[in-house]
Write a protein that binds this ligand. Sequence first.
Ligand SMILES: [Zn+2]
Length: 220
Amino acid sequence: MITSHPAPELLLDHVNGQLPPAVALVIDTHLELCWACRAAVAEIEVLGGALLESLSPVAVSQDLLDSTLAKLGTQDAVQLERGALTRRATVAANRAPRTLTPLVGKDYERLTWNRIVEGVEEARVPLTDSTHRVTLLRARRGSRFPFHDHAGNEYLAVLEGGFCCNDRPFVKGDFASCETSESHGLTMDTHDACLCLLVLDGPLLFPAAEDTALNEVFRL
Ligand SMILES: [Zn+2]
């Protein structure tokens, strides 16, 4: 079951078109897998439309905002959309989400995989966004992605299997993000295989002596 979602502010920025293409891609990929966030986005869109309709030459009062929000709670459109969203099929196993198929193919067949560490491979996703590293990470059961710091933000969507991070499990559909100065390693010991979409806007920094070569790999 999906338990980790993007922060509401991130969904709001996404709806408003304020995210860079790479971050929008990982949010869209999570949305394809997560009906709850699709419903949240639908509500944000209805709220945005309602507020626009309410705009008058004077500033929007708190009363007007409150009444608009109250109306939204009973909006048939939102309820219908939420019902439709729950009925939509989820992404089949080992098939790329629709958000990624133009870039990687339906079965990830267009990718070239490079070994990172034992049991972990990475493939570049050919998205035109020079400010971000956009890759797929594939890991065998029992493997480990080494402990690292972040010199930027990390965004991740789990596409298959799962992993553990600081004793917290993440499974298919989960979204995770990490900010500068946060540190973690990932262990893949509870699922057969793990596939993740990973987006970075800064290098990963590997402090362990045995991992120093990875600092070159993840320069961005
Ligand atoms: Zn979600």
